[in-house]
Design a protein around this ligand. Sequence first.
Ligand SMILES: Cc1cc2nc3c(=O)[nH]c(=O)nc-3n(C[C@H](O)[C@H](O)[C@H](O)COP(=O)(O)OP(=O)(O)OC[C@H]3O[C@@H](n4cnc5c(N)ncnc54)[C@H](O)[C@@H]3O)c2cc1C
Length: 315
Amino acid sequence: MVTKRDAAKQDVGVEEELLQASDCCGNGCTHCILDNKPRPSKRVLLAGKRNVILSYTKFRLLRRESLDGQVLQLHFGHAAEQGTDTEDSVLDIPPGHHVMLRVGSLLRPYSPYWSDFQAREFRILVKLQQEGPMSRHLAAVRPNDLLEFRGPIGQYVHDPMEAKCIYILAQGVAIAPTLPLVRQVLENEEDMSRLWHLVCARDLQHVYFREELLEFAQFWNYRSCLYLPHQQCESAACKEAGHCDPECPNLRRSLRYRETAKVSRLDASGLTTHSNPSIAGQRVVIVAGDSNFQRNMALIATQSIGVDPAHVYLL
Ligand SMILES: Cc1cc2nc3c(=O)[nH]c(=O)nc-3n(C[C@H](O)[C@H](O)[C@H](O)COP(=O)(O)OP(=O)(O)OC[C@H]3O[C@@H](n4cnc5c(N)ncnc54)[C@H](O)[C@@H]3O)c2cc1C
C-alpha cells in the first residue's frame, strides 16, 4: 500500500520532472502541463494507491478501430513492468483532463473518453490530421504496440453537492472528452445538476457516440441537441439548397427517438433557446473543440445566457 507520505514524495518527483520547458507540447493547450502538474488526486490518496500515469508510463494498445479512415478509437491498458506489484496502482484520469502522448521528442495531448480506475485502461478518439507527425505515427499503430503517456492534466472539478445548470458545447471529435463529464453527473443519483449537451458536427454521419447520447437521454436531467449545418439528404430540394430543410422528412426519419437536430450552426440565439431561466442553479459552460470554437462559444455563452466568465471552462 502507498502511504500519503509516499504519494507526496511521488508528487515531488513529478514536480521536479515538470520543471523542464521541453515537457510542453507547444500546441497552446488552455491547460498547459507546465501550469497543471500531474499530481495524485484525493481519490487516489483515499484509495492509498499510486496513479500509474503521473510520470511517463508505457501503455499497450489493446484494440484499434477505424471509424471512417480518418478517425480511430484506441483502447490502451497499462503495461506493468515485470516483477512490479500492480495491486498498489490505479489509473486516475478525472473527467475534463487530458494526457500527453510522447513518441521520441514529439508530444501531443489527447483527451480520454473512458477510463477504468482499477483495470488501468483508457480509450481515446483520434482524428488523423493530414501531414501531422503524430497522426502518421498513430495511423500505423497496431495492437500490442507500446506507447508512453503522462497526465492527468487539467483543472476542471465538479462539486456534486451543488445543483447546477451545466451546458456542454462540443465540436466534432472533441465530443469525446465531454462523455466522462456527463457520466459523472448522471451516474451519481444524488447529483441534482441538469445537463444540456449541445453537439456540433458537419452532419449526422460525423456525430460520434450517438448510442451513448441516446443512453444519456433516458435520464431526467439530460437534454441534447445536434447542430448539423451541412446535413444534406438525397432529395432534389435539399441538394439544390445545399443542406436539408429544417423540416426535411428524410432528416426526421434519420433521427432516433429523443434525438433532436437543427440544420444550423450553434449561435447566440440557438444557445438562448436552452437557457430555461425558470430553472434555478448556477450556470456553468464547458467548451470542447478547437481554439476558434472555444473562443466563439465562450463569448456567446457570456453574452446570450449571461454566464459568469469565471464559470466558463475550456477543455
Ligand atoms: C488539450 C487537447 C486535447 C486534445 N485531445 C485530442 C483528442 O482527444 N483527439 C484528437 O484527435 N486530437 C486531440 N487534440 C489534438 C492533438 O493533440 C493533435 O494536435 C492532433 O492529433 C494532430 O497531431 P499531429 O502531430 O498529427 O499534427 P499537427 O502537427 O499537430 O497538426 C497538423 C495540421 O493539422 C492542424 N490541426 C491539428 N489539430 C487540428 C484540429 N483539432 N482541427 C483542425 N486542424 C488541426 C494543424 O494546424 C496543422 O496544420 C487535442 C489537443 C489539445 C490541445
